[in-house]
Write a protein of this length. Structure first.
Length: 434
């Protein structure tokens, strides 16, 4: 991923230096386990650990790979240059390249998931804070982009909090599912390596042994992992779209923080654009772009092919780096989002009481008017508001068929905003607990 959309901790997980260090640890722990069961001399296993503090030369490994056309062999050749050919002759005993590649990849995905989970915690904290801050800030709810009935800005934040909390649970499950390793040798039969080696290596790396691998770890695990990231990305876009709508000039119920010296347009000095949330919409597309290839990686030929390899070398780093950046950006956006309660109230009153139509409809039915007739009575007065800018309550009070069923006091009572917010505390308890 380009530096513009990257953060250093996540980038470091995918660096060649980190990858080769994990490869080394896999090989060294495997040597330990093989020495423990008497397959290789203990002295040879100990000699491999002499490279513990070595900074592997990426350029040298690339140079060797240019000849061998095989990345794991190139690494093993370079490792032998550090520990000596005698010690190195037992390295990779009974193993196959996928044992190293797949186990390393899952270590990297687990580490990436841990960063993403920390990102989620920061975002959840920001959403919770803003939800309680604006728990009673009334705004109009919209369906199809059209005024519906009153809600609160706090409920909007609470809704996003609940969605992100579900995403955190999905991410925890995805992390658990991907946290497996395989050191099972060619076609996964353990013919040339004892299962105890796999158990030892996985324990050292914080993984669980894959119950049954072929020559690779089953890719349904990875498909589920990247699918979970795709859902998180879609939720990020869900929040971003709401911000973009709220910042529209005709709405302006909220806007992204506009810092001193910031400029919105090279041509129009007045512009303050929702650039962060628009950027998040784009980044979400990049994350979701990995989901279909990850699903298609599940079907491999027989015990192994490498059709998945090129895909994962791209989507592993790109997707986790992008999502990490997006979560961090969204947290900052929410933290600094500027809210305009007065504009919310003005927007809600733009159609002069029209948003209370359902209360009047229900009151008429409860007063004995049929639902069909009640709907017609309310709608004909509502259309005067739409088409002529009339005041809804005034029109109702002047309609003899309405006042035949409802007294002026009963009509007046139907325009109480508090009616729509009376269960906000109940919803907050459901979302945030007692």
């Amino acid at each position: 991923m380009i530096p513009r959309y990257s953060r250093p901790d996540m980038v470091a997980i995918w660096s060649p230096e980190t990858k080769f260090k994990i490869w080394y640890e896999i090989e060294a722990h495997a040597c330990d386990a093989m020495a423990d069961i008497g397959v290789i001399p203990r002295a040879n296993a100990d000699a491999v650990w002499k490279a513990r503090d070595v900074e592997f030369d990426v350029a040298r490994i690339d140079e060797i790979e240019a000849v061998t056309k095989h990345d794991v062999i190139a690494f093993l050749t370079h490792l032998a240059e550090h520990v000596g050919s005698d010690a190195a002759r037992f390295v990779h005993q009974g193993m196959t390249s996928s044992d190293v590649l797949d186990t390393c990849f899952n270590v990297q995905l687990v580490r990436a998931a841990d960063i993403l989970l920390a990102d989620m915690d920061a975002l959840l904290a920001a959403l919770k804070r803003r939800a309680f801050e604006h728990k009673d800030t009334v705004r109009i709810g919209r369906s199809h982009g059209i005024h519906a009935e009153p809600t609160t800005m706090g409920l909007t934040f609470a809704r996003f909090y609940a969605e992100m909390e579900r995403n955190k649970r999905r991410l925890l499950v995805a992390r658990e599912e991907i946290a497996t390793g395989a050191i099972s040798g060619a076609v996964g039969t353990f013919a040339n390596i004892d299962p105890a080696v796999e158990e030892h290596v996985c324990a050292k790396l914080g993984l669980t042994p894959e119950p049954i691998s072929t020559q690779v770890i089953p890719r349904d695990r990875h498909a589920a992992f990247f699918a979970a990231l795709g859902v998180v990305a879609s939720s990020i876009e869900n929040v971003a779209i709401e911000v973009r709508h709220m910042q529209r000039t005709e709405v302006l119920e909220a806007e992204e923080f506009f810092s001193p010296g910031q400029k919105g347009s090279s041509a129009m000095p007045h512009k303050r654009n929702p650039v962060l949330s628009e950027n998040l919409t784009g980044l979400a597309r990049l994350v979701r772009m990995a989901v279909v290839p990850a699903l298609e990686n599940v079907a491999l030929w027989h015990e192994r092919d490498i059709s998945h390899s090129s895909v994962e070398r791209n989507i592993g780093p790109d997707t986790t780096i992008t999502l990490d950046f997006a979560l961090f950006r969204l947290t900052g956006l929410i933290d600094k989002l500027v809210i305009y309660p007065e504009n919310m109230l003005a927007n809600m009153n733009k159609f002069r009481g029209l948003v209370m139509s359902q209360r009047v409809l229900l009151a008429l039915t409860q007063a004995g008017v049929s639902r069909e007739d009640s709907y017609k009575l309310v709608q004909r007065n509502a259309m005067k508001v739409w088409e002529h800018g009339a005041d809804f309550k005034t029109e109702l009070l002047a309609d003899p068929e309405v006042t035949a069923a409802l007294s002026p006091a009963e009509i007046e009572e139907k325009f109480d905003i508090g009616y729509h917010t009376k269960h906000v505390d109940t919803i907050f308890r459901r979302v945030f607990g007692a």
